[in-house]
Design a protein around this ligand. Structure first.
Ligand SMILES: Nc1nc2c(ncn2[C@@H]2O[C@H](COP(=O)(O)OP(=O)(O)O)[C@@H](O)[C@H]2O)c(=O)[nH]1
Ligand SMILES: *[C@@H]1O[C@H](CO)[C@@H](O)[C@H](O)[C@H]1NC(C)=O
Ligand SMILES: *[C@@H]1O[C@H](CO)[C@@H](O)[C@H](O)[C@H]1NC(C)=O
Ligand SMILES: [Mg+2]
Length: 379
């Protein structure tokens, strides 16, 4: 029998123990997080079982038959050492959803040397080759000839107006690097196609075919999953600059380009539509080619990466829409993808066949802020 006093004592004991347990776990967790942020990935406290699970419970993994043909291609991840957990999150999904079967290599790039722990932990996620490269300072740092006073004034102005990343120099370095330099990095010279992967993105569906081979066989130059409008405040003079370039180099435009994706009034203004470049599958030889190289150099010479905050997304998108044939720009409808805060979730049969785990109703394609309908109208 339980008397009321006993009952109260029991409940109190449980409450106190619970509080104790929770405090300890919470502190342990806090400590582990704080430490791993500083030094990489230090092992936490080890559980008491040390001998592992007996052999008999394991099922050997079936040997994965490698595809007969592969494209000349690689993954590219530009990340900081602190992006370790986030990029492992993305990479694990890429492996499980796609690369376990296809075994494409990875190139990691950073403006600073990667730590040994970083290299060790990301390499463990794949059987494919992984390489680590450093971005040379001349591909990353704000060029000497940029007027620092003008650049500072621009950053302060953007901060006052709450423009996202408006006060950041490193973000600008990153945008300029992704716009015009990543494909010149030494480790990428041996590849033609790339697939850009950022930290903490989601891949919702199985990708059972080879998107690189599709690009290569069909002579595509740029693939995307999400398109949307750019913030006007980051690109006030970009279109003017593009028009000046086009006036001087009209011969670089193929007749069948995707001009109507980027302008609704025959070129008077830029409608701010761009492909969201945190996902890209593209042809680096297109960026390396004459048209885009001249285009990038011209934009860069105007200083807008620093005097404004030109993003690699509008710069790549303008380049692709202007200098490629529209049929060379591919919408990867079957790749379910999320980068906060938007996602493309495949619909209908594609959703089912790909075993997608996104809600088909949560799909950015034809939301008011999406540019996909303009892409549709090209064809
Ligand atoms: N190495 C390095 N990578 C960076 C830096 N800043 C951004 N990145 C990478 O550039 C990409 C875009 O940056 P992110 O913070 O995701 O910007 P957002 O997606 O526009 O919000 C990600 O892959 C980042 O890891 C930097 O200063 N150094
Ligand atoms: C892959 O593409 C790059 C860039 O075009 C080229 O330099 C390299 O020779 C190609 N490799 C193979 C095996 O075709
Ligand atoms: C676009 O198509 C034309 C004609 O088919 C071709 O000559 C040209 O090389 C293509 N452009 C690119 C960038 O491949
Ligand atoms: Mg990002």
């Amino acid at each position: 029998m339980m008397t009321p006093t006993r009952y109260i004592v029991l409940v109190l004991t449980i409450l106190i123990s619970l509080h104790y347990i929770l405090t300890i776990t919470h502190e342990e967790y806090g400590k582990a997080t704080a430490v791993s942020r500083l030094t990489g990935y230090i092992k936490g406290p080890q559980p008491p079982y040390k001998d592992g699970v007996p052999e008999q419970y394991y099922k050997p993994s079936d040997p994965v038959a490698l595809p007969e043909r592969k494209a000349n291609a690689t993954f590219v991840m530009l990340v900081r050492n602190t992006d370790g957990p986030g990029i492992m999150n993305s990479m694990k999904q890429i492996e499980d959803r796609f690369n376990r079967k296809f075994q494409y290599p990875y190139v990691f790039l950073n403006d600073k040397p990667f730590t040994e722990n970083f290299k060790k932990y990301v390499s463990q996620l794949t059987d494919a080759p992984v390489e680590f490269g450093i971005v040379p300072p001349e591909h990353w740092k704000q060029p000497e000839w940029i007027d620092e006073q003008k650049a500072t004034a621009a950053r302060e102005d953007m901060m006052r107006n709450n423009v996202i990343y408006g006060g950041s120099i490193t973000y600008r370095n990153m945008c300029r690097f992704n716009s015009g330099f990543f494909y010149r990095q030494e480790l990428l010279q041996k590849y033609r196609y790339y697939w850009r992967v950022e930290p903490d993105v989601k891949y919702f569906c199985d990708i059972d075919y080879d998107p690189f081979l599709l690009m290569q066989d069909q002579n595509k130059v740029y693939g995307f999953t999400v398109s949307l409008y750019e913030y006007e405040a980051t690109i006030p003079t970009l279109w003017q600059t593009v028009k000046e370039f086009l006036d001087e180099n009209p011969e670089l435009l193929p007749a069948d380009n995707a001009f109507s994706f980027i302008s609704d009034d025959g070129g008077l203004t830029y409608n701010r539509c761009h492909f969201w470049s945190n996902f890209e599958i593209g042809d680096m030889d297109f960026w390396r080619g004459e048209a885009y190289s001249k285009f990038f150099d011209y934009l860069d010479s105007k200083g807008g990466f620093y005097y404004e905050r030109w993003g690699d997304a509008p710069v790549h998108s303008l380049g692709a829409a202007l200098f490629a044939n529209k049929s060379q720009i591919h919408f990867f409808n079957d790749i379910g993808y999320r980068h906060e805060p938007f996602q493309h979730c495949p619909q209908g049969d594609i959703h089912t066949n790909g075993k997608c785990w996104c809600d088909p109703g949560a799909n950015f394609d034809y939301e008011w802020y999406s540019c996909l309908s303009r892409y549709d109208k090209l064809f």
